[in-house]
Each structure stands twice: as structure tokens, then as C-alpha cells.
Write a protein that binds this ligand. Structure first.
Ligand code: NDP
Length: 281
């Protein structure tokens, strides 16, 4: 596309930001759609975040994806907040319209989209969510909104699981972390929303023999793509959904919010990001 001098601008803000896969994914979609647009990474220190967001909202910039550690700041400074962002307590998407800042959370929809893309019916339930941080809150919210009949929670710090249940899924069953294998009995979906599995963090170990063989294990971790959690589940015959699905799923509505069209067909987003994460494969 020949530059027009009026390129639309969006980006992703975090600290650090060099690891983010979003600029590559958005650039592929922008190119395939033939848009005159730029999507840029912004490394912003926590003390500068609020001033940066407010200043950008007064420019021609369409909006920003928000990553760690700015998701709460983004929520706090917004003029309008979506029900999802309000409930989850974090915003990963800011859009700027008419000088106003709108906050949303697309992690929840992204997680559901990843399940549906793999033919997993999230409503089958029961679902076990392991973890109680930001990712777990988005996932538990998504599953509750989707009408999953029974949601089980387990987290190293039980009090954080209790807070999540109080805020988002009041009828969730909480299992002590050391007893988490018991929560596999009869589960249809088991989600790792802890940071275990990240390179260098140690694996999340489960006794997968207790899970039904038609259950599905989903991971929020995508570095590495094949976590020990997913590898062990697959060995016991379970289906698996890797963390790239959620990442791509949250980016889709962001692209649409920034540029007014859905991401174009014809870009194999999973293959693109997989090749970036594991270039030797
Ligand atoms: P948080 O820091 O908010 O939460 C971390 C969670 O992991 C907490 O529940 C914490 O338990 C648990 N945890 C940390 N260390 C251990 C340990 N040694 N043993 C047991 N539990 C542990 O992180 P996020 O929720 O933001 O992120 C979690 C993961 O999800 C990360 O790997 C992140 O990369 C990924 N993620 C992926 C996304 C995607 O699009 N695929 C989107 C967002 C996140 P406790 O409460 O006890 O501290």
C-alpha cells in the first residue's frame, strides 16, 4: 500500500514490550487487508502511563492494546468502561473516540474464541480453572458468561481464589491447591491460568489419569507453546488448546475496534506466531 500521509495509528503499551507478539500479528493483518495503518509497540514506564494514554487520546490514534503492568491504570483512567473490563478489574484495550477513553477487556472473549475455534463446547462443563490472577479472572468470567454449569477453582493462595469467586463466580467450588487433582473428576475442561509452565517457572503437574479422556486441557501460557501441562494431558488422551489461541482471540476484536473491519481471512495467525516462538521447528 502506498503511504497516503494519513496512516491510522494504534499500538500496544507495556513495560517490557519487546517480547510482544501483537505488532507482528497486527502488521500481517494490516498488510493483508491493504490498510494504510501502523501498529506500534510502546515501552512506557508505570509512572508515565496515565499521561501517555491521556495525551494519545487527544491525537489521531485509534487506540492501544494494554499489557503488563498497565492493565489496572488503563481501567482507572477510562471515561467509559465495558462490563467485562469492570467485572474482571483490568483493561487490555483502550479506544479513543471524540477525546474520550473507552476501556474494554477482550481476554475473556479471546479465550472463548480459542475454544470455539478448536471445536470445544465451553458450555459442556464442569470446568476447572487453575490460578486466580489476571488471566484466571478473564477466563472464569468468560466461562461464567458462557453459562458453564459448574466452575471449579484452585489456586496456590486460596484467598485469591475466594476473591475471584466473590467477584465473578459466586457459586464456584474452591479446591485447595494440594487437592487440585480431586477437581479433575468428571471435568470437561481444565485450564492452566497460572504462570507455571512459562520458561523457567517449572511445570504445572496434574494427575491426568483422574480426568475423563474426552476432556480438554487449555493453557494460557504460550512460551513455550507445548507446556508440560499440555504434553502430559495429551499423553493421557485429552484434547489440548495452546495459549496462542487466547492471544489471537483477544487481538481480533482489538483490530476491529482500531480499524473498523474484522481481521482479513487468509492470514494463518497461529502458524505465523508459532514460527516466531519456535523458529527452529
Ligand atoms: P498473575 O501474576 O496475575 O497470576 C499468576 C497466577 O499464577 C496466580 O494465580 C499465582 O498464584 C499463580 N502462581 C504463580 N507462581 C506459582 C507457583 N509457583 N505455583 C503455583 N501457582 C503459581 O499472572 P496472569 O494471570 O496475568 O498470567 C498468568 C499466565 O497467563 C502467564 O503465563 C501469562 O503469560 C498468561 N497469559 C496469557 C494470555 C494469552 O493471551 N494467552 C493473556 C494473559 C496472560 P497466587 O495467587 O498464589 O500468587
Amino acid at each position: 500500500m502506498k503511504p497516503t500521509g494519513a496512516a491510522r495509528l494504534a499500538g500496544v503499551a507495556g513495560d517490557p514490550i519487546a517480547h510482544s507478539l501483537s505488532p507482528s500479528l497486527m502488521a500481517a493483518w494490516i498488510k493483508a487487508a491493504g490498510l494504510d495503518a501502523v501498529y506500534s509497540p510502546f515501552r512506557i514506564a508505570p509512572d508515565d502511563a496515565e499521561a501517555f494514554f491521556r495525551a494519545l487520546a487527544r491525537t489521531q490514534c485509534s487506540g492501544l492494546n494494554i499489557t503488563l503492568p498497565h492493565k489496572q491504570t488503563a481501567l482507572a483512567i477510562a471515561d467509559q468502561v465495558s462490563p467485562a473490563a469492570r467485572a474482571i478489574g483490568a483493561a487490555n484495550l483502550l479506544t479513543f473516540r471524540d477525546g474520550m477513553i473507552h476501556a474494554d477487556n477482550t481476554d475473556a472473549a479471546g479465550f472463548l474464541g480459542a475454544l470455539l475455534a478448536r471445536g470445544v463446547d465451553p458450555e459442556r462443563g464442569p470446568a476447572l480453572v487453575l490460578g486466580a490472577g489476571g488471566a484466571a479472572r478473564a477466563i472464569a468470567y468468560a466461562l461464567h458468561q458462557a453459562g458453564v454449569p459448574e466452575i471449579r477453582l484452585s489456586n496456590r493462595s486460596r484467598s485469591n481464589a475466594a476473591d475471584l469467586a466473590r467477584d465473578l463466580v459466586p457459586d464456584a467450588r474452591i479446591h485447595d491447591w494440594d487437592d487440585r487433582d480431586q477437581a479433575l473428576d468428571g471435568a470437561a475442561l481444565i485450564v492452566n491460568a497460572t504462570s507455571l509452565g512459562l520458561s523457567g517457572a517449572g511445570d504445572l503437574v496434574m494427575d491426568w489419569r483422574r480426568a475423563p479422556t474426552d476432556a480438554v486441557a487449555a493453557d494460557s501460557v504460550y512460551k513455550p507453546l507445548q507446556t508440560g501441562f499440555l504434553r502430559d494431558a495429551a499423553k493421557c488422551g485429552l484434547g489440548t488448546v495452546d495459549g496462542l489461541g487466547m492471544l489471537i482471540g483477544q487481538a481480533r476484536p482489538s483490530f476491529e475496534a482500531f480499524f473498523g473491519i474484522a481481521p482479513p481471512e487468509g492470514v494463518d495467525a497461529h502458524a505465523l506466531l508459532h514460527a516466531m516462538l519456535e523458529p527452529a521447528l
